[in-house]
Design a protein around this ligand. Structure first.
Ligand code: MN
Length: 236
């Protein structure tokens, strides 16, 4: 039986539809897992049931994280917030971090891992951390095009998964990890020093990446390895 990987749904705010980019699901499938798209529910009992049901979890990209969740006041440059996803995902993550179930976070998912574990976020990079690397390539580049590199730090879970010290990545974010949560470490940085990946120091497989491997893996075996490593971690 392939490990069952629960995938957080995306939400379209103009019509309330939930949807998913198939790259997430196909990436899990190609990595040997059985993906299942979750419902965006407000029922905590459902969230708890999902935590028990699935072998592993993929926290997907999406809107900005509510700043009060990390003890900051919202600045005007902070973007669209979706409380339904914040509530469901933060609650599930805090519960899952107490287990050994594998978790991969992508973009918003990486940010949520940090917030759930007690870290903080830049709400808007141009405002709070201007730098030479342009991290927000939305409307400038396709998601399938890498626009900056990341340095993968040695002796990390991420370096074992990727097997490289330098990885080209796409970059579609205006927020990023600021203070790393207790119990997490930074495992990749951009050329400007910005955190591009975090992972747990204590949990066997909690990994968050700031870029979007779901668009890159068909052409990039190292990006595909992120999905297969998540699945493999469910089998051990
Ligand atoms: Mn970036």
């Amino acid at each position: 039986m392939r490990p069952l990987i629960g995938v957080m749904p995306l939400y379209q705010k103009d019509n309330g539809n939930i949807w998913i980019n198939p790259g997430y699901l196909r990436g899990i499938e190609a990595g040997g897992g059985a993906p299942i798209l979750l419902h965006l529910s407000e029922d905590p009992a459902y969230w708890e049931q999902l935590c028990d049901l699935c072998d592993g979890f993929l926290f997907t990209g999406g809107p900005d994280v509510e700043p009060t969740l990390y003890g900051r006041e919202k600045i005007p440059e902070c973007g669209y917030i979706l409380p339904a996803r914040d509530n469901m995902e933060i609650t599930m993550l805090r519960s899952l971090l107490k287990t050994k179930k594998p978790i991969l976070g992508i973009c918003r998912g990486a940010q949520l891992i940090n917030v759930a574990a007690g870290g903080t976020m830049y709400q808007d990079l141009p405002t709070q951390r201007p730098g030479p690397t342009d991290h927000n390539q939305i409307e400038k580049a396709e998601f399938t095009v890498p626009t900056h590199t990341v340095e993968v730090l040695p002796d990390t879970l991420l370096s074992r998964v990727l097997g490289t010290e330098v990885l080209p990545v796409n970059s579609m974010h205006h927020q990023a990890v600021w203070e790393t949560a207790p119990g997490l470490r930074v495992s990749a940085v951009a050329p400007d020093g910005l955190t591009e990946a975090v992972e747990s120091l204590t949990h066997p497989f909690v990994l968050g990446v700031q870029w979007h491997p779901e668009f890159l893996w068909p052409e990039a075996p190292r990006q595909k390895a992120l999905f297969s490593a998540l699945v493999r971690a469910c089998e051990t």
